[in-house]
Design a protein around this ligand. Structure first.
Ligand SMILES: C[S@@+](CC[C@H](N)C(=O)[O-])C[C@H]1O[C@@H](n2cnc3c(N)ncnc32)[C@H](O)[C@@H]1O
Length: 482
């Protein structure tokens, strides 16, 4: 492909003898990948559903640095299947999979993904924590934040979604997070072969403009880190100004300390010679498109000085203790979820779930929607919150009806009423077709296929009403079993 001349002039001296190989990588087709989040991909795991073999037949081998990441051909139909709709996998560029591994999220941690849409890294972070942490996914752009919320919901990821500038969040949430990811808006030099328009829009000023914005975002991010917390910085661009030089700036100006990232297969060390020569920059990592199959990425992890705040010492835990106290007193956390509202929820959950997920037992109620509480203990004054967690159910008068988010976040075996569907029936269900009530079920039913909870239906005598949300319905999803 025709690379911008100023880009060649900038990068060629930096790459030296590697330049021809790097340049040639732009003539290869872009890489695509898939993260299989819901099913175990271990060959010896008996819980692997048989359909996984069919899914793997559509893939081209494992991404070397991601145990549940696989390469996918451009023409793959996986994105048009019921498995995609039910959150079994997330289509993600393979190099981008490196970032959640660098975050290394731990159960119980409070984590902020500051530039999160469309949600590739947030969904991976939630998966790596087994949904046992408190993730806030923020996106500044008002349209992109909606796509983020939908992807988090589809993947059953426990996360709050906010739509704020980093500066506004820093005012509201000082010293609040164990880890913050800044997957920064960048000049996108790793996007050129996927999106030739990105190459046309690139100018020699792009790295400088982007670096200034990145410093602004990072200055806010550091304020929100707990002492001992980690900041993960990543870009999908190659120039030194937005990568090693930003990391050197964070050490000098923000007082952070670079930390060694693992040496995963095909990851290369960062380049001290791209900044002021400081050796610590070898602790950062680059995924070069001529050395690792993927579009390319830069990732660094830095620590804020101070004794690490353990999960149990943090304000998260005081939030949890305060909530436990309110529960003992029979109060909910939010307006409308006190006294009887709270009891109604518990009674309803006990009616439909034989084993409720503990993280949804004490939701908050906002505008008649029950959400899981992922903002636990964080002030929301003046913050645009799209959703404080997963939408679980809605209150209609004195009834409670399950929402799709509850299905996607749950394993089907948590519910009393489960109706297995074969793949063709699941395709019809997701198209919005009516279902036959041939097994005498009554009330809310969770629909199951391949170990996935597809959504809900309501069984009444003689028929089953399809509750698959109208906005999610799709015609013509493709079968993998034929
Ligand atoms: C590289 S993308 C994030 C990709 C995302 N992390 C993922 O894995 O799906 C960067 C995001 O930063 C957002 N952004 C742009 N300007 C911003 C700013 N000044 N502050 C915070 N975020 C910004 C963009 O809208 C974009 O969604």
């Amino acid at each position: 492909m025709q690379l911008p001349n100023a880009f060649v002039d900038m990068m060629k001296p930096h790459l030296g003898p590697a330049w021809p190989e790097f340049e040639a990588s732009y003539d290869r087709p872009p890489s695509r990948g898939v993260r299989i989040d819901r099913w175990s991909v271990r060959a010896d795991d008996p819980s692997r559903p048989p359909i996984l073999h069919a899914v793997l037949r559509h893939l081209r081998g494992q991404v070397p640095w991601m145990p549940f990441g696989f390469y996918m051909d451009e023409e793959s139909v996986l994105g048009k299947t019921i498995y995609h709709e039910a959150g079994a996998f997330y289509i993600q560029e393979p190099s981008a999979m490196a970032v959640a591994l660098a975050v290394d999220p731990q159960p119980g941690e409070r984590i902020l993904d500051l530039c999160a849409a469309p949600g590739g890294k947030s969904t991976a972070i939630a998966r790596l924590m087994n949904n046992l942490g408190h993730l806030v996914a923020n996106e500044i752009h008002p349209t992109r934040v909606k796509i983020l919320a939908e992807n988090l919901e589809r993947m059953g990821a426990a996360a709050a979604v906010t739509n704020e500038s980093p500066g506004a969040l820093a005012k509201a949430w000082p010293a609040s997070f164990h880890a913050i990811l800044v997957d920064a808006p960048c000049s996108g030099e790793g996007m050129f072969r996927k999106d030739p328009q990105a190459a046309k829009e690139w100018s020699k000023d792009s790295p400088i403009v982007c670096a200034t914005r990145q410093k602004d975002i990072l200055s806010s991010a550091v304020e929100m880190l707990l002492p001992g917390g980690r900041l993960i910085y990543s870009t999908c661009t190659f120039n030194p100004m937005e990568n090693e030089q930003i990391v050197a700036w964070m050490e000098d100006e923000l007082g952070l300390v670079v930390e060694e990232l693992p040496n995963l297969p095909r990851w290369s060390p960062g380049r001290p010679d791209f900044a002021d020569g400081r050796i610590a920059l070898t602790k950062t990592r680059r995924l070069w498109p001529h050395l690792a199959e993927g579009e390319g990425h830069f990732v660094a992890r830095l620590r804020k000085p101070g004794a690490a705040t353990s999960v149990s010492d943090s304000s998260l835990d005081s939030g949890r203790r305060a909530r436990a106290g309110r529960e003992r007193r029979g109060e909910g956390r939010s307006v409308g979820l006190r006294g009887t509202g709270f009891k109604d929820w518990q009674n309803w959950l006990a009616e439909i779930c034989k084993r409720p997920d503990p993280s949804i037992e004490t939701p908050i109620l906002h505008k008649d929607i029950y959400f899981s509480d992922e903002l636990l203990g964080l002030s929301v004054d003046g913050i645009r919150v799209l959703r404080p967690g997963t939408p679980l159910a809605k209150r209609e008068g004195n009834r409670i009806e399950p929402l799709h988010g509850l299905a996607l976040r749950s394993s089907p075996n948590r519910f009393f009423n489960v109706k297995p569907l074969d793949e063709q029936a699941a395709i019809r269900y997701m198209a919005g077709d009516a279902l036959a009530n041939d097994d005498g079920l009554r009330g809310f039913v969770a629909l199951e296929h391949a170990g996935l909870c597809l959504g809900f239906a309501k069984a009444v005598p003689g028929r089953v009403n399809n509750l698959y949300p109208k906005g999610w319905r799709k015609q013509g999803l493709i079968s993998l079993s034929t």
